[in-house]
Ligand binder design. Structure first.
Ligand code: ADP
Length: 632
């Protein structure tokens, strides 16, 4: 039983392939985590790094409380099950299972006891005397699982264990592995390219692509709230329908114009309340995604729906309990190829048609997803990250949401009209603005509040639940806001994070070291951070990840340190920093200081024009800049 922590894990193969980039995850004890993605996305490499079969290029892996980067695979207390079972052909099942324990010097009696127990769990008691070749694939995989169970590991690692089995057996083994997880109450990490396996087995799923984690979430959330078009298309069968569209707002409606066809529909603006309004200008192309179960040809749906589209039908696939109907919203389209106008409809009705027939279908746009055409990221996410509020600046006051608020002293903006851009984490309970809560959505362990102010909706994330209909007072953190007038940025967010160049150096020093013959002077190597003209002794927790990722190359590379304004300590022995500017946000005072030409923002109440500062090394982040690896 163990929890795992993967912090900024990277794998760079000697040939330069960056197979895994900045993998971050906390895995709770007893979770069933599935890593899923197309071939080559880095899932096996991640699993093999956890197993210890592959070195970790950078980052820290913890199993339980222990950092295991440099721990041998056999000492990590993990057991791995492979696709090809990896059984010894000349040994019986019993011998195969006993082998791992024998080399660990477990007593004969105990080995026997554990094998009988595991064989019972896996229902292979009657095969213990057989050799692997006299068994089916499913039975062999059970033996491999049995061998893993015997080890009683903290973590089970399974690499595509069912790929060699036929479809029926796969379904059965899927259930068996899930039930095994239930019984063993241990952490499982499972790799597969099959999204059905991932969806049916995982308590949480990690979707990967090209070495990067795309989304980590519960199966249902991945299906309902994919963070980008890749996840939306990868999870779920049949694949989500994707259309190229233009959206424009008129009064309380959004017009959706489909590319490559003349068809258009009008939907209530309410459906897109979470959408970034920049996508509503009618000119910015988006992908609109809609799952096949949200398009209906049911008579009742067609009568009730106000958003029907014409579909030219092509063919169908009977799946027994349901039928997939293929068609196209472009009357010249043919429905066989995946295009931006092809439609797949899932129905449980019997339908007879000829290729080329045109029918109406009811599209439920309340369920649709919108993705940016270039980045393919969802712009209609479950939790909108940004609030866009029409506003006006006049005499250093901001007029928005019916309020007229004096801007903080730090902001000096010219009079203009535009959009106030407020990140969701800048909206907090406070005393400035009255807001009525119209909707409360539970999102994992937080609550997404829809705040009605005037006729606008503002989103806020809250740790506590509120009642729908209640009125609260909120504040806006002006440090985080931006103000744009057309394409001109009038107010920029305050730079809380400073980026400062850094070098990592070593130095031989003579030190008094305790030896058998008493204190003796010896040469030892110390590591330093060369930053802002200072040489600061590098603590082990910074040196170790740098050295383990980069080895001796570490001393010739360039780094960037991220230090936020709150991470400086005033200390008479610190480095001297000339204060150039004072920045005051209501009750918080910052200064910009100059150190060797670097402009750095520091939070302080000290009014003198020179500060003496030290860096809080517990809060520093370090990135290597040429291959772009986060090290600390
Ligand atoms: P997956 O398990 O998702 O199919 P892998 O983790 O096996 O993907 O591989 C991820 C990437 O790393 C791929 O581009 C693969 O070609 C590359 N790769 C895997 N092993 C090595 C290796 N030993 N040397 C160099 N590149 C490798």
């Amino acid at each position: 039983m163990a929890e795992l922590n993967l912090n900024h894990i990277y794998k760079v193969y000697p040939n330069g392939v960056k197979a895994v980039n900045d993998f971050n995850m906390h895995i709770d004890d007893k979770e069933f985590i599935v890593l899923v993605g197309p071939s080559g996305c880095g899932k096996s490499t991640t699993l093999r790094m956890i197993a210890g079969l592959e070195d970790i290029s950078a980052g820290e892996l913890k199993i339980g409380d222990e950092v295991v980067n440099d721990v041998e695979p056999k000492d990590r207390d993990v057991a791995m099950v492979f696709q090809n079972y990896a059984l010894y052909p000349h040994m019986t099942v019993y011998e195969n299972m006993a082998f791992g324990l024998k080399i660990r010097h477990v007593s004969k009696e105990e080995i026997h006891e554990r094998i009988v127990e595991a064989a019972k769990i896996l229902d292979i008691e009657e095969y213990l005397d057989r050799k692997p070749k006299a068994m089916s694939g499913g039975q062999r995989q059970r033996v491999a699982l049995g061998r893993a169970i015997l080890r009683n590991p903290k973590v089970f690692l399974l690499d595509e264990p069912l790929s060699n089995l036929d479809a029926k057996l796969r379904t059965q083994m899927r259930a068996e592995i899930s039930s095994l997880h239930q019984r063993l109450q241990t952490t499982f990490i499972y790799v597969t390219h099959d999204q059905v396996e991932a969806m049916t087995m995982g308590t949480r799923i990690v979707v990967m692509k090209g070495g990067y984690v795309q989304q980590i979430d519960k199966p249902k959330n991945l299906y309902n709230y994919p963070c980008n078009k890749f996840v939306a298309g990868f999870i779920g069968t049949p694949q989500m329908n994707f259309f190229e569209c233009y959206l424009s707002k008129k009064d309380d409606f959004i017009n959706i114009k489909f590319e490559y066809t003349e068809q258009e529909v009008k939907v209530p603006a309410l459906y897109f309340v979470k959408l970034n309004p920049n996508y509503l200008d009618g000119k910015k192309k988006v992908y609109l995604g809609l799952r096949s179960e949200h398009i209906s040809i049911n008579k009742k749906d067609l009568e009730e729906s106000k958003t029907n589209l014409k579909i030219r039908l092509s063919h169908k696939e009977e799946l027994g309990s349901e039928t997939l109907i293929y068609g196209d919203i472009n009357m010249q389209g043919e429905g066989y190829k995946e295009t931006s106008t092809r439609v797949i409809i899932k129905t449980n009705q019997d339908v007879e048609f000829n290729n080329g027939d045109v029918i109406d279908a009811a599209f439920n746009f309340a369920q649709c997803h919108i993705f940016d055409y270039e980045t393919e990221d969802s712009v209609l996410p479950r939790v909108p990250q940004i609030n866009y509020i029409p506003a006006e600046i006049k005499d250093n006051h901001i007029l928005f949401l019916g309020e007229n608020i004096k801007l903080p002293q730090a902001i000096n903006a010219k009079d203009s009209k535009g959009t106030l851009i407020v990140p969701i984490d800048a909206v907090k309970p406070g005393k400035l603005i009255d807001a009525k809560i119209s909707v409360v959505e539970k999102v994992n362990d937080k609550y997404l509040l829809y705040l009605h102010i005037e006729d606008l909706v503002l989103f806020m994330l809250s740790d506590t639940e509120y009642k729908v209909g209640s009125v609260i007072k909120i504040d806006i953190d002006f440090k985080k806001i931006e103000f744009k007038s057309l394409n001109e940025t009038i107010i920029e967010p305050f730079k809380v994070n400073n980026s400062i160049p850094l070098k990592f150096i070593k130095q031989k020093v003579l030190k008094e070291v305790e030896t058998e013959k008493g204190l003796k002077k010896q040469k030892v190597i110390d590591f330093y951070l060369d930053i802002l003209g200072e040489k600061i002794l590098s603590p082990e927790k910074i040196s170790r990840p740098i050295l383990s990722a980069l080895g001796t190359k570490a001393f010739n590379l360039d780094y960037m340190a991220t230090i936020d304004a709150y991470s400086f300590i005033e200390d008479p022995n610190g480095f001297k920093a000339k204060v150039e500017k004072e920045i005051i946000y209501d009750d918080e005072r910052f200064v910009t200081v100059d150190v060797l030409g670097e402009k750095i923002n520091v939070r302080t109440d000290n009014k003198s024009n020179e500060l003496s500062l030290k860096i809080d090394l517990d809060k520093i982040g370090i990135t290597e800049t040429s291959i772009d690896i986060k090290l600390v």
